[in-house]
Design a protein around this ligand. Sequence first.
Ligand SMILES: [Zn+2]
Length: 96
Amino acid sequence: MFSGLLVCAGCGGNLNYHFNQKNASIEYFNCANNNRTRKTCDKTHYICVDFLEQVVLGEIRRLTRFACKYEDQFVKAVIGQSQKNAETECALKVES
Ligand SMILES: [Zn+2]
């Protein structure tokens, strides 16, 4: 679910998905530039999928509460954002 979305705070490299060899239910991401072959990042940036899911779930709950409480503002913000995305997409098409 998080593949390709996470980057290392230390070097900006992608975080790669792994799971524990002995216990496949232990899943985590760590910096692609910090492993046996590549040692260009000295930070051991590592995050467990369980923890990541809890953080994302917490954010979704927070957003849902906000959306219920301030429905009008939320709708306006979402419409504004998708309009901005559409404009950027159009501009990119014109440029290329
Ligand atoms: Zn890194």
